[in-house]
Design a protein around this ligand. Sequence first.
Ligand SMILES: [Zn+2]
Ligand SMILES: [Zn+2]
Length: 264
Amino acid sequence: MMIPEAIKGFLLLLLIFVPLERLFSHQRQSLWRQGWETDLIYFFTGNLIGKTSGLVIFLLVNILFVKGIVPKEITGFVNQQSLALQLISGLLIGEIGYYTAHRMLHQIPWLWRFHAIHHGAKELDWLVTVRVHPFDQIFTKIFQISPLYLLGYSERFFAIYALFSATMAFFIHSNLGLKFRFLNYILVTPELHRWHHSQNPETYHTNFAAQLACVDWLLGTWYLSKRRSPDGYGVNESVPVSYLKQLIYPWQNHQTLSQRRENL
Ligand SMILES: [Zn+2]
Ligand SMILES: [Zn+2]
């Protein structure tokens, strides 16, 4: 029997992260924490949305290519670089795109409504990674991968980049209590991303990067406390728990919602 790739991927992640989170947990929490069923739906729907939107962005960029947006000399130059050089430069370009989108999602109120879904999680573990509203997912992807498609990065680069990006995303959300010391200045770690999910707005507007912590460090948004851990995770608004309610949450009239809550 053929097992779909998404199910294989899920089982592999389950086998890696569940024992690791048990052995080195940052905080004790149940495997069946609040919202795990919702995140399970996000895992499979997000996988489909990610693949489809990636293909659409690739096709759109290629149509623009025909119109000669980026000169062939540049795309040819990038494409012929060694894989190591493509990885170093591509990681940085992709991260700058991701950082820009992520910071906009935090600072522009109507965009925050979509991103609040991801920050609504009250407990963090590897599966929280996928709790991303489809609009948030596509918006971020456009900023992250369009420049790389436009610049002509090779297929081999994209194969490694996709694997590295996914691994890092699950790693930084995991409930691992390990100390990463100097690595926190170079790569994003669970220690850093935990502060990004802190319920305190002062720190959830820090650590925007997903892979390269040095980008936050250079742009003045890097934060880590060696003395304490976040008091809790989540946001100062009632993000619903069910998948369908989360999908429509950004489109609802929030003023009316908060007034209704006050009247209860
Ligand atoms: Zn965020
Ligand atoms: Zn996150």
